[in-house]
Design a protein around this ligand. Structure first.
Ligand code: DAH
Length: 353
């Protein structure tokens, strides 16, 4: 047996090598911690016990730090014991906490799940997003796939390739949001989704049957029927031998599927630079019980100049195109009389749809 002597040589008791003493200390610590825990009967006392023993600056932490002084060969045993102690104290704490919380009465953190709660505010899809999904779904069933194009466009896609000449008033600065040049190319916010016709013809192989939906921008003064940003749906079908009757059939099928079997389509002769012949499209739909003609957009047979601009031979390929206003469709369908309500983000308005 070893004897421990103080520096002055007096006998102070048995000398225990440090690692063994550490193990003994751990036993002692466990006893102490457990009796202090048993004495903690309030939430505050439990909190204090937690920080004194198992918290970031607690005793367990300092014992962990002392582990580095234990000789290498004994470290595994001491480390193992320390981990056991840690697990034991944490488990004892959780058990005690549950018991104390349960006795803390209605102010405790126990939740009665049978009690009615505050209902969660549920959002809904914007009426325009819904309309876009519904419309594209109908065209999807007719074999049209979705195409896309950027909202910031160059003059080529917004005008030139669409057979709108340099001198055309549609290019006027007061009718467009020009955004300055990039690499010598004038950019603007697109004024029509017809740009996507060009993009589809540039990138896809023939035949092409696409619809594109998205925002377009025009510097209009805001009132009940005008806004500087709105949405369009564009359609393009390009194949061998496509005719005007295919165009009308497609629009009639859309009207029947979307507005009901009694809906009608009317095409009035018109002019657009990118179609020849061109027509305005009206659809007869039921609005608040009454059947009314509503002007929805334009359509026509793709002008040969447009096909030539994207290197497609107009002697071989023909096609139709159409562009309809989505706000017009949604507003008529749901009886919305002011376009501005669509963008005000007033939840009371939007929740109705
Ligand atoms: N882009 C035209 C507009 O914004 C609408 C339009 C007319 C689109 C005729 C077409 C079309 O594809 O063939 O007013």
């Amino acid at each position: 047996m070893c004897v421990a002597l103080a520096v002055d040589g007096t006998y102070v008791g048995e000398w225990i090598p440090y690692p063994l003493r550490m193990l003994a200390d751990l036993e002692q610590a466990q006893l102490e911690a457990q009796s202090a825990l048993a004495a903690s009967v309030t939430t505050d006392a439990l909190d204090a016990w937690k920080s004194a023993w198992i918290g970031g600056n607690g005793r367990l932490k300092s014992m962990m730090m002392a582990l580095k002084d234990v000789p290498k060969d004994l470290k595994p045993a001491a480390g193992k014991r320390l981990n056991e102690l840690k697990a034991a104290l944490e488990a004892a704490y959780e058990e005690r906490r549950t018991a104390v919380d349960a006795s803390a009465g209605p102010r405790g953190p126990i939740v009665d799940v049978t009690e009615p709660g505050v209902p969660l505010a549920e959002g809904c899809r914007h009426v325009l997003s819904r309309t876009i999904d519904e419309i594209t779904e109908v065209f999807g069933r007719m074999g049209f796939t979705l195409a896309e194009g950027p909202e910031v466009e160059d003059e080529w896609h917004n005008f030139t390739a669409l057979n709108i000449p340099e001198s055309h008033p549609a290019r006027d600065a007061i009718d467009n949001f020009y955004m300055g040049e990039q690499g010598g190319v004038k950019r603007l916010l697109r004024t029509q989704t017809s740009t996507v016709q060009i993009r589809a013809m540039e990138t896809q192989s023939l035949p092409i049957k696409v619809v594109a939906t998205g925002r377009v921008y025009r510097p209009d003064t805001h009132d009940a029927t005008h806004y500087s940003m709105f949405h369009q749906i564009e359609g393009l079908y390009l194949d061998r031998g496509v005719t005007m009757s295919d165009l009308k059939t497609t629009l009639v099928q859309f009207a029947h599927a979307y507005f009901g079997a009694e809906a009608e389509v009317r095409m009035r002769p018109s002019f657009f630079p990118f179609t020849e012949p061109s027509a305005e499209v009206d659809m007869k739909m039921r609005i608040k019980g009454e059947w009314k003609w509503v002007e929805l957009g334009g359509c026509g047979m793709v002008d040969p100049n447009v096909l030539r601009a994207v290197n497609i031979d107009p002697e071989v390929w023909t096609g139709f195109a159409f562009g309809l206003g989505i706000e017009r469709i949604a507003m008529r369908r749901y009886g919305i009389s002011d376009i501005r309500w669509l963008y005000e983000n007033d939840a009371r308005f939007l929740r109705q749809f």
